[in-house]
Design a protein around this ligand. Sequence first.
Ligand SMILES: C[S@@+](CC[C@H](N)C(=O)[O-])C[C@H]1O[C@@H](n2cnc3c(N)ncnc32)[C@H](O)[C@@H]1O
Ligand SMILES: Nc1nc2[nH]cc(C(=O)O)c2c(=O)[nH]1
Ligand code: SF4
Ligand SMILES: [Mg+2]
Length: 240
Amino acid sequence: MSSKIPVLEIFGPTIQGEGMVAGQKTMFVRTGGCDYRCAWCDSAFTWDGSQKATPMTADDIMAKLEQTGGGRFSHVTISGGNPALHVGIAELIERFQEKGIASAVETQGSFWQDWLLNVDDVTISPKPPSSEMTTDWSRLDTFMMRLSARRDGNHNLKIVIFDEEDLVYAKQVHGRYPDVPLYLQVGNDDLDNQDPARLRDHLLEKYEWLVDRVMADPELNRVRVLPQIHALLWGNKQGV
Ligand SMILES: C[S@@+](CC[C@H](N)C(=O)[O-])C[C@H]1O[C@@H](n2cnc3c(N)ncnc32)[C@H](O)[C@@H]1O
Ligand SMILES: Nc1nc2[nH]cc(C(=O)O)c2c(=O)[nH]1
Ligand code: SF4
Ligand SMILES: [Mg+2]
């Protein structure tokens, strides 16, 4: 029997706006529920009760992806919430493999699932102090070790930066997993802004600050710095 997955939204094709495969044409499946409560979560509707998830089987999700994306995609990103809370995603990844669809997952590294071994690109996003969450380093170590042991697939770290303290945290993570590519992402601290042009100016100013800080720091010579491209293009709109 297949285990159902709580789904908040399925959308696309759009571009992956963040991290390692930024610019990639992809569909998104966003799952409901998260074990964290980040102070600045831009997807709080997945866990704060404001929107209701629909329980779906892997086949339901495939049908909805095909209905929404038509023939216009060959890549699916699973985000949330924390997708790694859901065992049922194993079957969804199998469907992708059968159909030759590449897959990516966004998670914070607090829960492991063996299906992660079959995902092409795994992004792990540990949370810095500004999130008001605490990193369980032994859990994260185990998570990173399991990913490093796989033969196929890529993984990377992505840390959202709001302030100096977050940069200190990012350097701690970088020192702990020096061989894993690290992306620093501009934090969006204006989640209620409904004016995409004004938000864009604001986020670009923050991007410039982050770039300047990274250029000045010899401990950050190997990191990559990116904004959320989708926020620059479409602001705080959901489902893009
Ligand atoms: C909404 S989360 C869902 C996946 C998973 N729970 C996680 O946090 O990695 C997707 C990505 O958005 C990032 N994110 C969340 N809120 C953000 C914000 N206000 N500004 C920039 N990035 C944010 C997260 O750090 C994560 O990398
Ligand atoms: N275009 C686009 N790119 C994204 N990359 C990560 C996202 C996420 O919310 O996990 C996201 C998203 O919501 N939209
Ligand atoms: S871990 Fe991800 S989904 Fe969960 S609260 Fe933090 S940013 Fe939001
Ligand atoms: Mg997002």
